[in-house]
Design a protein around this ligand. Structure first.
Ligand SMILES: [Fe+2]
Length: 350
């Protein structure tokens, strides 16, 4: 395994190197599955432990923040990767575009995962859901309902905080606007939203909520699970204050419902332990694993009938936009081009 490549994997470089060595010696052995994960150890470890306890199949993992799809592509037929775990429809569909996935036909996956959250061709499967919502100031925003369309209303001028328009979470949201409202209306909408920004898009989702807390803006756009990450943040308790300063509004509750994105899984094209890879995928879609996802990361289960975590419940119920994520994937490129066209990331004054 290439040492420099392992170093380039960044934050998890040491772990990557260690695990790579392990892969080199045992990858062909029976009873194993090799996982490449963009998702973090605190979430994936309990899931894999549960899988191993249940099946006896040992799970080897490489964690990284970047470059796993490229790495699998570079490794080609020699790649030890069986499954790739990642977030966002952009990355899932990107894995297919890069040619590193293979189609899976599994009655269990098709039964557990609603059709809207899996690739009709079986190249990717959603495992958890998150919504992209409005975090509104408790002190300064009176209304308790909102639509995405309304974010372009001049009444919000100078009042909205959002991260880069090119971030995958926003690209998917804009793609969903194109799907529902068409290109022309979405372009106008994006120009209106840009005009309402309080500052240049920068920082992550939580930084936008901090903006509401500190008075920079009245509204922030962010994914739902960040509320839990702030509400339970013992390392940085100030984030609990950020969370207290906002209420979560699920947009378009009276209409099509709030935009949904997914985390998910792909079976690698040259998976050396294909059967075990599929078994792991099926396990991750099971009620048992869905409960762990819900509890550990406060995401919405992708399967019906699995209880939400208490924190997630406290944010209230909502209507989810039923549009298929495959449609969103197809419109991502248009959405991204639109972000550039309106020079969204230049902020409100340009
Ligand atoms: Fe995130």
């Amino acid at each position: 395994m290439n040492y420099l490549r392992a170093l380039r994997a960044g934050r998890y470089a040491a772990l990557t190197l260690l695990t790579s060595v392990a892969f080199g010696t045992v990858a062909q052995a029976a009873g194993e599955v090799n996982v490449y994960s963009y998702r973090q150890p605190y979430l994936i470890k309990p899931l894999l432990k549960s899988f191993t306890d249940k099946t006896g199949i040992k799970a080897n993992v490489i964690y990284a923040k970047k470059g796993l799809i490229e790495r699998i592509a570079t490794e080609g037929k020699n790649s030890p990767a069986d499954v790739l775990l990642t977030v966002d429809i952009g990355r899932l569909s990107g894995a297919v575009t890069k040619g590193i996935s293979q189609s899976v036909s599994s009655a269990t996956l098709n039964k557990n995962i609603p059709a809207a959250y899996r690739d009709p061709k079986g190249n990717w499967f959603g495992l958890t859901r998150r919504s992209r919502v409005v975090y509104a100031s408790r002190a300064r925003v009176a209304q308790n309902a909102i639509t995405y369309e309304e974010l372009a209303d001049p009444k919000w001028k100078g009042k909205i905080c959002i991260r880069s328009g090119q971030h995958a979470y926003n690209v998917a949201l804009i793609a969903s606007m194109i799907a529902h409202n068409g290109e022309a209306k979405t372009l106008k909408w994006l120009e209106g939203l840009k005009a309402n920004l309080s500052q240049k898009p920068a920082g992550n989702d939580r930084a936008q909520v901090k903006g509401v807390y500190s008075g920079t803006c009245d509204i922030a756009i962010g994914n739902t699970y960040y509320m839990a990450k702030m509400q339970t943040n013992e390392k940085k308790p100030v984030q609990k204050e950020w969370a207290k300063s906002v209420k979560m509004l699920f947009p378009n509750t009276q209409g099509r419902g709030a935009h949904i994105n997914i985390s998910g899984v792909v079976l690698a094209k040259y998976a050396p332990h294909k059967d075990n890879g599929v078994k792991l995928m099926e396990f991750l879609s099971s009620v048992e694993a869905q409960k762990i996802y819900a509890k550990v990361n406060h995401e919405y289960p992708v399967t019906d009938g699995v209880a939400w975590s208490d924190l997630v419940k406290s944010w209230g119920t909502f209507k989810a936009d039923p549009i298929s994520l495959e449609k969103i994937a197809k419109l991502r490129k248009k959405a991204s081009m639109m972000v550039d066209k309106v020079r969204f990331n230049d902020g409100p004054s340009s």
